[in-house]
Write a protein that binds this ligand. Structure first.
Ligand SMILES: [Zn+2]
Ligand SMILES: [Zn+2]
Length: 479
């Protein structure tokens, strides 16, 4: 069954709060437009712009209501923009809000016109006085004419420097074990644990760092995972994959790591979606759009480019990391090693501007050239392609830094959501922190911010290597 969610940036949230939560305590209303973000299991509405009422377009005293002129103006604007319509109002109480009979009447009444005009379901939202949101979509009934059914959202997400989520308690119940997680809960309280247990976390790339991130999250009480990797376990991976053993050789990495999560998990209920595709393929891309936060544990430029796109266009924050090991010419001695962790997305510099990948390399990989031995042989410096040197302890430190970035983003300890880009040096044991970076003036990614499915480009494509790997696995598993 499809799940539903809403995401908005903190600027829109603030505009709506200022308008809807009135000093006189009365309820108020307004409309907004939204664009869809379609994951394989989750449909999200990304609020794009508020359409405030003009004088005389609504009545606030007594029973709040809008005039037909206002609704007609909204229909015209949404049609011009080719976007969906959200109808918003406030309640004078706190937390996720239910609906009064009048609310239901108002939203069912406008659902047919909204769907007929925009082709997208009406999105209803209610704001509480404590900044909690609640939301539902009104979907056309497949069999009964002119009937619209209410599908409640599981979450409403507000993204600023931090990520704030209101959860629908009826659909996503808190899921933790206060005995097993006693020490964790004593560190940050039950409320935080409840919310952590309801997040859906994507881990893209189940290599060394990704498998350790999975282990840390499972112990911490994360309960909903989406794992993405097209690769299988090989003998040479055994020195650096966590919870992966000799008996896993030949199995998909996502399946091996899933078993590990189940063993290590401290939450009573664990849900793991395994996707044996690259995030650069349609299937992998759509799985990533189901998530609230994504870990980028990949070492290739194309996947980084796609994840960077998701962070901006779909407003899903991405936490990325990378390790660089330098050896002497004969590879007999380590000269140095550094690793970086950063969170990208709304209000933050992107992976490309942070120097985590180059567009030309992403294009090269997409074209297949990067995996063509004759092409690589001709390159003067192929180091960026074959940089696979790594040690478990470097990865575990980086994995820990990445999860800490996630906790800053979501828990916002003492009000700090963004710790900046962190660069750790193995040789000196020191860490540099840079909180000043912003996207370059001409960066493409801020231009697709919040555009979701309507960004106008298709970032996924056929991934020959991933297809080849899956095929060889099926063959070898079949023996
Ligand atoms: Zn109401
Ligand atoms: Zn940028």
């Amino acid at each position: 069954m499809k799940k539903f969610s809403v995401v908005m940036n903190d600027e829109i949230h603030q505009q709506l709060f200022n308008h809807l939560i009135r000093e006189d305590g009365d309820e108020d209303l307004c409309f907004a437009t939204y664009v869809p973000s379609s994951g394989s299991k989750r449909f999200t509405g990304i609020l794009s712009e508020v359409i405030f009422p003009l004088d005389g377009e609504r009545e606030v005293h007594g029973n709040v209501g809008f005039m037909p002129e206002y609704f007609e103006r909204v229909l015209r604007i949404a049609t011009e923009r080719k976007q969906g319509i959200g109808f918003l109002h406030s309640h004078p109480s706190e937390g996720w809000q239910g609906m009064s009979r009048d609310d239901v009447t108002a939203e069912t009444r406008i659902s047919p016109a909204v769907f007929a005009t925009t082709g997208l379901p009406l999105l209803g939202l209610t704001l509480g006085t404590d900044s909690s949101w609640s939301a539902r979509f009104w979907l056309k009934d497949k069999t009964v004419k002119r009937k619209y059914n209410r599908d409640w959202c599981e979450t409403v997400r507000v993204i600023g420097k931090g990520l704030k989520i209101t959860f629908n308690d009826n659909l996503v119940t808190p899921n933790f074990d206060s005995k097993k997680q006693l020490r964790t809960i004593s560190a940050w309280g039950e409320r935080t644990q409840e919310d952590l247990s309801r997040l859906r976390i994507g881990i893209v790339g189940l290599g060394s760092v990704g498998s350790i991130v999975a282990e840390i999250l499972a112990r911490t009480g994360i309960s909903n995972f989406t794992l993405l990797d097209f690769d299988a376990v090989e003998e040479k991976n055994l020195d650096r994959l966590t919870n992966v053993f000799k008996s896993d050789i030949g199995r998909a990495k996502v399946l091996a790591v899933k078993d590990g999560i189940r063993r290590s998990a401290t939450s009573p209920k664990i849900y793991v979606d395994c996707c044996e595709y690259s995030v650069c393929e349609k299937n992998g891309f759509e799985n990533a759009l189901n998530c609230d936060i994504i870990f980028s544990c990949v070492d290739r430029p194309w996947a980084r480019q796609v994840l960077n796109f998701i962070a901006y266009a779909h407003l899903i924050p991405v936490i990325d990391g990378g390790i660089m090991v330098r050896t002497n010419k004969r590879n007999t001695k380590i000269v140095g090693s550094d690793w970086k962790a950063q969170t990208v997305g709304y209000r933050r510099a992107c992976l490309e501007c942070l120097g985590q990948y180059k567009t030309e390399n992403a294009i090269l990989e997409k074209s297949g050239m990067m995996d063509d031995p004759s092409y690589i042989k001709g390159l003067k410096d192929s180091a960026f392609i074959n940089a696979h040197e790594n040690v478990f302890v470097f990865s575990s430190h980086l994995a820990s830094m990445e999860v800490l970035q996630m906790l800053s983003l979501f828990i916002i300890p003492s009000g700090v959501a963004d710790v900046g880009q962190q660069l750790h040096h193995f040789v000196t044991g020191s860490m540099e922190v840079d909180t000043s970076k912003v996207c370059n003036e001409n960066c493409y990614f801020p231009t697709v911010q919040g555009k979701g499915d309507y960004s106008g480009i298709e970032v996924f494509a056929k991934h020959k290597i991933a297809e080849k790997f899956r095929l060889s696995r099926r063959v070898s598993n079949g023996k």
